[in-house]
Write a protein that binds this ligand. Structure first.
Ligand SMILES: [Zn+2]
Length: 66
């Protein structure tokens, strides 16, 4: 997976959850993304809070987190 997107802040490889969270929380049409850790720092919340939100979105059936 050489073409896996990377976090624009720290360069970490991004998974579906990272990208989905960024789209949901920052910009639906984003083409560059932050990892969950950097998203948490961006919003000044815990990484755990972001993961909880992802679980909520997934529970709602959000297609970004399939
Ligand atoms: Zn990052």
């Amino acid at each position: 997976m050489n073409d896996a997107p990377e976090c624009i802040k720290c360069g970490a490889k991004l998974g579906k959850d990272d990208i989905g969270a960024h789209k949901k929380l920052v910009d639906r049409g984003a083409t560059e993304f932050m990892c969950i850790r950097c998203l948490a720092a961006h919003f000044d919340v815990t990484e755990e809070a972001i993961r909880k939100k992802i679980e909520d979105f997934r529970a709602q059936g959000c297609l970004l987190f399939r």
